[in-house]
Design a protein. Structure first.
Length: 101
């Protein structure tokens, strides 16, 4: 599972933070939305990087740029991992093993 302790809101306020979990890649970044700073969270399947992945394969969600918003983003990422587990497992291909944490 993705854990909040592995993500850093102060870093995200300045630079995008990326990561991956068992075939699911993700990006968290600050985004201006209607004049307000928000936490944009994007996920997509391996193996391609964010720039090379077609928009049609990305999912986006925005949250408040706060500690609570970061908790919501982590919960969303983990829910999406669970609900689309087959997609991520297929994307991970040969790199996936069930015991990999």
């Amino acid at each position: 599972m993705i854990e909040k302790k592995d993500l850093h809101l102060n870093f995200i306020k300045k630079e995008a933070q990326t990561g991956s979990f068992r075939g699911m890649r993700y990006l968290l970044q600050r985004k201006k939305e209607e004049g307000e700073d928000r936490l944009e969270t994007v996920l997509w399947p391996e193996p391609l990087c964010f720039v090379k992945t077609p928009e049609s394969e990305k999912q986006r969600q925005c949250f408040p740029l706060t500690d609570e918003g970061l908790e919501e983003a982590v919960a969303w990422l983990n829910r999406e991992y669970e609900t689309q587990r087959d997609r991520w497992t297929a994307a991970a291909g040969a790199f996936y093993t069930p015991d990999r944490q």
